[in-house]
Design a protein around this ligand. Structure first.
Ligand code: CP
Ligand code: NVA
Length: 306
């Protein structure tokens, strides 16, 4: 069988994604019980970061260590990637020496090119267009706290960015309704919205999006690479802040998620992350468990069975 990659949520079937979430929950319980599980002794992950990261780096690196393997941090600053070595050549070389690759880049096409020339599985750890690993953690968190998300309503408030695009894919793969409220000019990609028109709607206001929502999600107003637009975006996004008052319009047991890092006073009010409906810290922790399930899935042929 050809090498499987995880570049967007659409690379896996809905059944595989469900299986992954169940496994993530199991791996979390095993870790919490102190069980040592090292199926990937001597296996190596290359982690390529063109952009900054806290959660993604720590979770992949810790996950590989817990699995008995090793993760190697590579940045363009100190590899030939930053000096113009073609992605195609880098992919052939790096994948000949490691068992799996995780890559965070600006352009989504960089990840696709890397995967096309890699002999080992490649994981998209965020591009300008998608952040599928975050969605695994988000879906795990909802499943743990509220059960299946199938048939529920999710509200996306803010920028139509990489996280929003991955929520659109998630709406399709996990079968929920998604209401998206973005300021004019900051909507998600029209092709993605059109392709999922049966379950995704663009609505006028955050209030309308959140009404009857079981989950409310937002993200920063200026993503990595958009730092120069920060001030203008703060002006444009006024009125799109998620606060406890906005959450009051959602269902009674609605949850609030944010992939973090968050900017208090911008996309979230000063008090939103302290609100009992906010689950962004368990959500962040689940990056570890969900990605361990992902690594195990992609490397299933290499598992050391005792
Ligand atoms: N949510 C997320 O991907 O965080 P980092 O940028 O810190 O990895
Ligand atoms: N949309 C944000 C997500 C960070 C995890 C960014 O791309 O910077």
């Amino acid at each position: 069988m050809s090498t499987r990659h995880f570049l967007t949520l659409l690379d896996f079937t809905p059944a595989e994604l469900q299986q992954l979430l169940q496994r993530a929950i199991q791996l979390k319980a095993m870790r919490n019980a102190g069980e040592v599980y090292e199926p990937f002794k001597n296996r190596v992950m290359a982690m390529i970061f063109e952009k900054a990261s806290t959660r993604t780096r720590v979770s992949f690196e810790a996950g590989m260590a817990q699995f008995g393997g090793h993760a190697m941090f590579l940045s363009p600053r100190d590899t030939q990637l930053g000096r113009g070595e073609p992605i195609e050549d880098s992919a052939r070389v790096i994948s000949s020496m490691v068992d799996i690759v995780m890559i965070r880049t600006f352009s989504h096409s960089t990840v696709e090119t890397f995967a096309a020339h890699s002999s080992v599985p490649v994981i998209n750890a965020l591009t300008d267009d998608f952040h599928p690993c975050q969605l695994l953690a988000d879906m795990q968190t909802f499943q743990e706290l509220r059960g299946s998300i199938q048939g529920k309503t999710v509200a996306w408030v803010g920028d139509g960015n990489n996280m929003c695009h991955s929520y659109i894919n998630a709406a399709r793969q996990f079968d929920f309704r998604l209401n998206i409220a973005c300021p004019e000019g900051f909507e998600p990609r029209a092709d993605l919205v059109a392709r999922n028109a049966d379950r995704v709607s663009l609505v006028e206001s955050p209030e309308e999006a959140v009404r009857q929502a079981d989950l409310v999600v937002t993200d920063v107003w200026a993503s990595m690479g958009q730092e120069k637009e920060q001030r203008e975006r703060i002006r444009e996004f006024r009125g799109y802040q998620v606060s406890p008052a906005l959450m009051d319009l959602a269902t009674q047991d609605a949850l609030f998620m944010h992939c973090l890092p968050a900017h208090r006073g911008e996309e979230v009010s000063e008090d939103m992350l302290d609100d009992p409906r906010c689950v962004c810290f368990p959500e962040a922790e689940n990056r570890l468990h969900a990605q361990k399930a992902l690594i195990e899935f992609l490397l299933q042929d290499l598992i050391i069975r005792r």
